[in-house]
Design a protein around this ligand. Structure first.
Ligand code: GAL
Length: 416
């Protein structure tokens, strides 16, 4: 066993060094955008760089939400082969910056005026100790529902706007022999649903107290119990084969009309668009019932790993390209997200994208914008992963709701 472990580690290290031999003039980018919709969006970025003579060395690590990508990143850095640039979320950026691994992007940021156009909520993660360490490419949000329009019409289901309406709708779908909720049983996907259900059940004060402030009273509250109870209700509406399913395959179930709803961040829209589907005609996008005023966001940012003393010309060009307003429009139209800059017009965006931009601005000005727990924007990975464990154990029936609440309090306290 020990020997196997050692050999596996060595194989991983060899693979890591073999894949990192980047030529001068290239950027090697570690990312987890491997689904159809994500790959289409990535092509927009690759093409943009190509026009500037910068080559792209792809380092994709499959696995939604980036859990696996972050494990591979750690192995790469440990073996002295940090990639040039890395897709990263929220507190992961802060954690790497704390280790002194990230290049300082201040010169590009001040030349390009990032301070004036990137909202505070994102700057909190793009900067460490007052220095720019990452370039934000988008803003996603997790509290969305994606629905098959024809199926809802066929079953006479109106767009639900409350939890009770949602439950009634899911019951109708199930009774008709279809899958109500397309879901993939992976911890980050369970947590993505939990984000929306917690916000809907407990409201913004509860969400903030539990996931941002890690207040033990909120973590152990009646609202937390009710959130878990509602997760059990949702569990009763997923199909038998949900375990381990990738998120984009769950999106495909809604796209094909095998399932009615998916509760997922707006990267799901990229899958619908990639399949040639149109918002309002083929599919509906709406906020998870009970969270119409709130936005739980995550922002994909690119951090540049130090290759020498200063940021390299290629890293600087990549950061600049990512932040260009025309690129932010073109990329996010395909990706399903909205721009990370406040000065990008919404003209090129479809109805869901326009709503996303409007919701984000409204939530931000009304104090209803919160970093997503599921996507590393509410608390650091150590705590996020502790929460994942409890949420997934409960979703799979290992804990009842009362036990899950107690475990949540314990897990968070141990992880701090
Ligand atoms: C999120 C990320 C998105 C997305 C999704 C699924 O964490 O922010 O860009 O593609 O994971 O892989």
């Amino acid at each position: 066993m020990r020997r196997f472990f050692k050999v596996t580690l060595m194989a991983a290290a060899t693979l890591a060094s073999a894949t990192s031999l980047s030529r001068a003039g290239d950027v090697e980018v570690l990312h987890w955008w491997t689904s159809g919709g994500e790959a289409s969006a990535l092509t927009v970025l690759k093409k943009d760089l190509e026009t500037q003579g910068i080559g792209w060395q792809d380092m994709p690590v499959a696995g939604g939400g980036g859990t696996q990508a972050m494990t591979v990143l750690r192995a790469r850095v440990t073996s002295g082969n940090a990639p040039t640039a890395v897709q990263m979320l929220g507190f992961d950026i802060t954690d790497w910056a704390k280790e002194g691994a990230l290049a300082n992007l201040n010169d590009i940021a001040s030349a390009e005026g990032w301070d004036a156009v990137v909202p505070e909520a994102l700057q909190k993660f793009s900067k460490y100790d007052g220095q720019w360490v990452a370039a934000p490419v988008n803003v996603h949000s997790t509290n969305w529902v994606w629905a098959n329009k024809a199926l809802l019409e066929e079953l006479g289901i109106a767009q639900p706007s409350t939890w009770d309406e949602l439950v009634a709708a899911m019951e109708k779908v199930k009774a008709a022999g279809k899958t109500a909720v397309a879901h993939g049983g992976q911890p980050w996907q369970d947590a993505t649903i939990f984000d929306a259900v917690a916000m809907s059940t407990g409201g913004p004060e509860f969400y903030k107290a539990a996931f941002v402030d890690l207040d033990p009273t909120a973590l152990g509250s009646a609202q937390m119990k009710e959130t878990f109870d509602r997760m059990s209700v949702i569990r009763s509406f997923v199909d038998d084969n949900f375990s381990g399913r990738d998120w984009n395959l769950a999106s495909a179930m809604v796209i094909n009309g095998d399932a009615a709803f998916q509760f997922m961040g707006d990267w799901a829209k990229g899958e619908f668009l990639n399949a040639g589907k149109k918002p309002g005609e083929d599919f509906l996008c709406f906020r998870f019932p009970g969270t119409q005023q709130q936005v739980t966001f995550n922002s994909d940012q690119f951090a540049m790993f130090k290759q020498g003393d200063a940021v390299s010309a290629e890293q600087a060009a990549l950061a600049k390209a990512i932040m260009s307003p025309s690129f932010q429009s073109a990329f996010n139209v395909v990706k399903g997200s909205v721009p990370a800059r406040v000065d990008v017009p919404d003209e090129a965006f479809d109805a869901c994208g326009k709503q996303g931009m409007k919701d984000l601005a409204a939530a931000s000005s009304s104090g209803n914008l919160f970093g997503s727990m599921a996507h590393g924007h509410a608390n650091p990975a150590s705590i996020k992963n502790a929460m994942y464990d409890v949420i997934t154990a409960h979703f799979n029936g290992e804990y009842d709701s009362d036990t899950a609440v107690k475990e949540m309090v314990n897990a968070v306290s141990l992880a701090q």
